[in-house]
Design a binder for this molecule. Sequence first.
Ligand code: BGC
Length: 458
Amino acid sequence: MTISTFQDTVNAFVLSKKQVQKIIDGLTEELVEGLSTKDLKNITQQPSFITHLPTGKETGLYLAIDMGGTNLRTAAVHLLGDGQVGVTMEKHEITQELKTGTGEAMFDWIADCTATLLKNVAVDMGDSQLHMGVTFSFALHQTAVNRGKVLAMGKGFDLSNVMGKDLKDLMEDGFKRKNVPVVVSAIINDTVGTLVSHAYVSPSTKIGVILATGTNAAYIERACEVSKYEGPSCDQMILNTEWDAMGKAAYLPQTQYDKDIDAFSLVPKFQEFEKMVSGLYLGELFRRALVDLIERRALFEFLDGQVPELLTVEKSFKTLFMSTIESDNSSEHAAVARVFKTSFAIEGLSTKDCSKVYELVHAIGQRSAVMVAAACTALLYKANGSSVHLDDPSEITTIGIDGSVFEKYPHFSRSMMNALTQILGADRASRVRLELARDGGCIGAALVAMVSQRGGAV
Ligand code: BGC
């Protein structure tokens, strides 16, 4: 499609019913294919080695870390039973230098952060080693509940000496180098952590989703369907879908801006679904569309086709700015003028410019909500009849969702629910709940560490 006017650009982000159905069908096909493929180049549908959800009655004190795309969280998690948890958590930003440095430097730093937590919370477990659950927001090929080889890292990470290595070894080597007395008892993906921890407080939870720097989901699958699984026999298994990496069969409605983001990323042709919907990319998507519109004199005409320098910098337009813009839906959209003045030194926007920017921002945010709702639909359909019962009026399916985009982007939850109602129909959609699942990574990791240290699977 050749995009020529401002409206064409906006329309390129508005999905038709047919496009949404194509996404659902394409993702469903990849979910099925991922169950059997043993080719590790296909990182989807990874067994977590976790076979049950918690009961809410688990108790004990465990350490947890959650390594995300932006921050590292270290935590002492006190499971109190009755779905109650006490958490002491510390947050550290992962610098660009760490993200693109050596694995050793990264795991030394993680050990230092853990030592700081231990000092601050004065955890006393006698002479015994401390058990830790680790949530890792990247793809792993797990071979046990506490072992997994690092398969791939997106979100701007480029660590040396890490790919293909076992995360337990990488972490424990760091702890040894820094004399921190910790053993890794469980390793889980952040989506698995979200599912497990939200089920602890809200037992109807059957799907865990992350919508943050990156995106992904976990759900419960019948073990007999997971033919690639090679572990102790079980009836069901939590799978990490890695839906971020799906979209290979060209069913994703990519605009030229999406294609450019992918082409200029650290790893092109990887995580194309994620690059269309998650927090690391939404702002950049808007920036690319805006630059194109300015150059074509279809927006900010007073600039006469000249793009101000600050706007030419990749990722300079943060997704946070889109949230700020969307949260002001007054007719003047004064937030638009404020963002451009404060962060890009651009002044002189007319009310018309402001409302056009608002419209474009809204279309990009809305597309993300619709695509994530479509992906949730593919999972709901896949699990329907086993862990999910969409047609049983007495059954509620809760989707626990963690992440800045879901939590902070204005009306995201409502937009997702509207899309689900259109796709599933009002009856089925009324049996689906979208719930914010905060800090799931650390709590989920602690829960899984507890059960696996006691010799069971959650
Ligand atoms: C990673 C997933 C992770 C997701 C959300 C993706 O980039 O590959 O493992 O669950 O981000 O953090």
